[in-house]
Design a protein around this ligand. Structure first.
Ligand code: GDP
Length: 329
């Protein structure tokens, strides 16, 4: 098989100039499971790394139907109208695992996607946790090098996906619906403690009064929770993504957060910590991948499984055996 060769200089130049096509291809390399494509992706990322770091990274979570895609579309459009470039790492609506949109066939963020200063990348449907891919962080860095000022990383609350996204972003938004009390019962104190702002969406029409009451309830609850970011009082805000109200206040909040956290170094330190956490996660991923892709290990595992089943060895013994350098053939 011929090795894959690309003109790296051209890619880097085009990505820096804002070619969405080249950016999309580079992301495909990064996400690829084919070794030489992966290698190219990593080389591109390495060359582009000096151009990363200057965007605002925003994570956003909420149950399916909370209005994440509607919010990102309206908020994103407001930002591109202000002259910013906006990238979105979005949930793939076709993925049933992530929940996606409750309106399965609706194209998400269609309007925003048409804008020349917006770039929307759905996570691949395989290998994601709540819409977050193992390579989402690297994808985010590529977008940053391509000059995107604001990057959204979207997730639904599946397992650890919120924690993973919190570990990638500067600012974390929880999109909520009316009935804070109910939510506190069912979820999600833990998730509320990850948020830098709680946005009560659908504050419009017949829902408006209840939504405003919910905002007040959240404010009360937030008093008793630890803030996600030191020296920050997590606000609750009312928004209608459909009628585009309250969006500017969200942006103002994010800018205030940025300015405060940059001046007290929390912003910079958090990013450094996140990079180190990423490093550690990658080590674990690599160990995991190497281990489970080893034929030899697979065979020993099968044999040991049988022995465990027959209670001839204990589970701990079997694990020890598996990790001892030369397990029996
Ligand atoms: P997601 O699953 O969290 O991405 O939610 P969607 O953005 O797909 O929204 C789910 C439904 O809620 C859709 O029918 C939207 O039109 C509706 N929706 C989203 N935001 C608002 C809003 O601010 N007000 C109202 N009334 N409906 C909204």
């Amino acid at each position: 098989r011929k090795p894959l060769v690309i003109d790296q200089e051209e890619y880097i130049c085009e990505i820096r100039k804002g070619s969405r096509l080249h950016l999309a291809k580079a992301i495909t390399f990064i996400e690829s499971t084919v070794t030489d494509q992966q290698t190219i992706g990593q080389q591109l990322l390495k060359s582009l790394l000096p151009f990363t770091g200057s965007s605002i990274r925003i994570g956003i979570t909420g149950v399916p139907g909370a209005g994440k895609s509607t919010f990102i579309e309206s908020f994103g459009k407001m930002l591109v109208d202000k002259g910013f470039k906006v990238a979105v790492l979005a949930i793939d609506p076709s993925s049933s695992v992530t929940g996606g949109s409750i309106l399965g066939d609706k194209t998400r963020m269609e309007e925003l996607a048409k804008h020349p200063n917006a770039f929307i990348r759905p996570s691949p449907s395989a290998g994601t946790l709540g819409g977050v891919h193992k390579k989402s962080r690297e994808t985010m860095l590529l977008c940053e090098a391509a000059g995107y000022d604001v990057i959204f990383v979207e997730t639904v609350g599946v397992g650890q996906s919120e924690t993973i996204v919190r570990g990638m972003v500067d600012f974390f938004l929880l999109l909520a619906l009316t009935g804070a009390g109910d939510e506190l019962q069912g979820m999600k104190k833990g998730i509320m403690e990850l948020a830098d702002a709680i946005i009560v969406n659908k504050t419009d029409g017949t829902n408006e009064k209840l939504a405003k009451k919910t905002v007040a309830e959240y404010k009360q609850i937030l008093h008793f929770l630890a803030p996600s970011t030191p020296n920050w009082i997590t606000p609750a805000l009312a928004v209608s993504s459909l009628y585009k109200t309250g969006l500017n206040a969200v942006w103002e909040t994010i800018l205030q957060f940025q300015s405060k956290m940059m001046s007290n170094q929390v912003w910079q330190n958090r990013r450094k910590d996140q990079t180190i956490d990423w490093f550690k996660t990658m080590i674990v991923n690599k160990l995991y991948d190497d281990f489970f892709s080893s034929m030899e290990k697979k065979q020993s595992m099968k044999q040991l499984e049988q022995l465990v089943r027959e209670e001839k060895v204990t589970v701990s013994q079997a694990v020890e055996e598996l990790f001892s350098s030369n397990s029996k053939e």
